[in-house]
Design a protein around this ligand. Sequence first.
Ligand code: 4AD
Ligand code: MG
Length: 477
Amino acid sequence: MQSLTVSELLSQNIVIPEVEIKGWVRTFRANRFIAINDGSTINNIQCVVDFENFDEALLKRITTGAAIHIKGELVESQGKGQKVEIQVQELIVLGDSDPETFPIQPKKHSFEFLREHAHLRTRTTTFSAIMRLRSALSFAIHKYFNDNGFYYMHTPIITGSDAEGAGEMFKVTNLDTKNPPLNEEGNVDYSKDFFGKETNLTVSGQLEAETYAMSLGKVYTFGPTFRAENSNTSRHLAEFWMIEPEVAFMDLPGNMDLAEDFMKSVIKYVLDNNREDLEFLDKRLKDEEKTKPQAERSDMSLIEKLNFVTDNHFKRVSYTEAIDILRNCKPNKKKKFKYLINEWGTDLQSEHERFLVEKHFKCPVILFDYPANIKAFYMRLNDDGKTVRAMDILFPGIGEIIGGAQREERLDVLKERMAAINIPEEELWWYLDLRKFGTAIHSGFGLGFERLVMFATGMSNIRDVIPFPRTPQNAEF
Ligand code: 4AD
Ligand code: MG
């Protein structure tokens, strides 16, 4: 008896007299055709029962969602739609699924409904495809870095520093919140806390990754990241995964080359290896687009968008050029933007980023050399004294997908910038040490993994590309 996955069974060209399969029932039609899925592929295997030979009570238990074990013969299919099917000889129900209460029925469910049933939503074709793609993208990322001589570094999740200086952190403490120890000034005395200091969940592994770049040369992190920003948007999570490469002796143009090559490579990987899932999601998106007004429809299908990224050069544009374009563009002049662009120095909102990518350049864009005061303290100051060597990569439908920079490697300049925004030197003494001992130029970037998964699956809400999303007011499961 050969025990194969659905994926393996469907690729057989020969009749196999004895096979067995375990999986979950997707549908049971005409008291004869059971469609079984085991997660190994988007496709189901059709199992044909001669109901005359089976107990009626047993057949009643073949309901959507039930776990079953089937033994039979793999034969060429009589019907259309599949090459092979299983002629059932023995049927065992492993776990029943009450059709009255099982929430995932073979009909269209809204994404909102499925989010509330996130523990069961991967029983649907759409979510199983998304999560297989998520897994493949994750593998492609590790493969890319491994193939290119990078070391994988595990940066701490609990940290005492605020890497982005944005103050959007979740506190980590085991003090009694009702009755915390107080110091003489009446503030909470964190020296009595578990770590003897104030600690948070990390917002980025970058600062620690820099320490390893300055010894191992090329490193990357891929880990969970936490941000307590109260933005309830379709692109923000409170817990997300970030990939952060960091490379010694690499300048900003080198950083752009790396990011572009990396993005193309991981997208190409799924185009080559996850075709069936992508084709399904491509069709899903086309159907969704049809429900939108003509003006809001995308002119490219999902697979066309992915090919577009792998085949086209990312357009490199300075912040200053971008501001000129935005200031003079139609939606700005006609006051169609929610935030109007009036002057150099304003931060870009996602509506501006998407205008540049989708309407103006119509390709992925790398914006660089941003005003220093809208970017983090660690970015290298340009000779003009007002811009920094930052880069953001903007993707169609997503906006910012990557944020990165060449780092400030000069001790005096870094100290000045930290002082200007009140970051105490004691807090980052080890980071300053890198500039004292063998400093060199270095660069890196951070890719928001879920934003990449959104792009690769064509999903428009970030909550639908991570198994159990954490957002304001929501940490179920
Ligand atoms: O632009 P960010 O804040 O950059 C950093 O954290 C740098 N330390 C990275 C580096 O240079 N090593 O974040 C990087 C990316 C963003 O471009 C975005 O894709 C994603 O992380 N991101 C989020 N994704 C989901 N939910 C959120 N709340 C996110 N915040 C940032
Ligand atoms: Mg950013």
